[in-house]
Design a protein around this ligand. Structure first.
Ligand code: DAK
Length: 269
């Protein structure tokens, strides 16, 4: 694997084809400084470049170091000295990272333990879905700081939980605890504690790996693309992808294995 893994604010470890990205600033509750976004940008682009054949990972996890937080937001201290030009650069970098998570060819699960506030909630929502422990607390408290969500929260929260609920959460800046987060569909699965959360996400990804990585990626691509389209245009994207996948080895292998009553051996191409 020829990808950079030695960062100051992140760790990246791969085991059994599952890559775990950990934001590693526990002393600041993993707040997103410019350095975190810069390093994340390098890592995500590296994964994109090297993972076309799924040799780096077939699934990814995004999480935060320590017991208290996933990510407690953008680094508020860093923002106090930012010029407007710095802020724009910071916003573009953060937004690009959320788009990179959505473009990666493998599923990305946000594993949220503790606070996922502001930019932290936004990074979690850019992943394919969110697993959380019972201590997870979500929120978009930007209005309390005279800001508004700047890494896509104003768009993605509405799509996940509905526009009215999203407005209510953003205007109030209030915390959303785990029971509510599960009830409104922000969180898919809840685990007892951080250890069970990470083990559970890895078990989930391992089971998923029996399926065709290419078919999973195409499903992800079509669903993300369709998010910005009318149903009619989205159906067109789906039909084209459905036709294209008939050229893949995985489709031939999957259907053949079914007929031959055996487990398929997918290659991701
Ligand atoms: N930034 C920097 N440091 C933070 C931080 C943050 N977001 N959150 C916590 N910390 C630091 C604390 O300052 C403290 O450090 P020391 O003061 O001890 O050096 C350490 O982490 C431990 O935090 P606390 O002592 O406060 O711990 P508590 O358990 O008492 O409280 C808390 C935990 C999460 C309730 C509290 O820390 C808190 O309210 N944190 C801030 C949460 C927040 O408001 N997050 C949203 C940030 S706004 C942009 C794009 C996006 C954004 C901005 C701009 N562009 C377009 C330019 C996004 C904005 C946000 O995310």
């Amino acid at each position: 694997m020829s990808i950079k893994t030695n960062f100051e604010t992140l760790t990246f470890e791969v085991e059994n084809n599952i890559g775990v990205i950990t934001v590693n600033r526990p002393e600041s509750l993993n707040a997103l400084s410019e350095q975190v976004h810069t390093e994340l940008n390098v890592l995500l682009k590296d994964i994109m470049k090297n993972n076309a054949d799924y040799s780096v990972a077939k699934g990814l996890i995004l999480t935060g170091a320590g017991d208290k937080a996933f990510i407690a937001g953008a680094d508020i201290k860093g923002m106090t000295t930012m010029s407007a030009a710095d802020a724009e650069k910071f916003a573009r970098l953060g937004q690009e990272n959320t788009l990179l998570f959505e473009s990666l060819n493998v599923p990305v699960i946000a594993c949220v333990n503790g606070y996922a506030l502001g930019g932290g909630c936004e990074m979690a929502m850019a992943c394919d879905f969110i697993f959380a422990s019972k201590t997870a607390v979500f929120g978009q408290p930007e209005v309390k700081l005279g800001l508004l969500p700047g890494f896509g929260g104003s768009q993605r929260l509405s799509k996940l939980v509905g526009r009215n609920r999203a407005k209510e959460i953003i205007y109030s800046g209030r915390n959303v605890k785990i029971d509510e987060a599960k009830e409104i569909g922000l969180v898919v699965t809840v685990f007892e504690n951080k250890e069970e959360l990470l083990t559970g996400a890895k078990t989930y990804l391992t089971r998923m790996m029996a399926n065709s990585p290419l078919a999973i990626y195409e499903s992800k691509r079509v669903m993300n693309e369709g998010n910005d389209l009318t149903v009619k245009d989205g159906l067109d994207v789906e039909a084209r992808a459905f036709g294209n996948i008939f050229n893949s080895q995985d489709m031939k292998e999957g259907t053949k294995a079914f007929v031959e009553k055996r487990a398929p051996n997918f290659l991701g191409k």
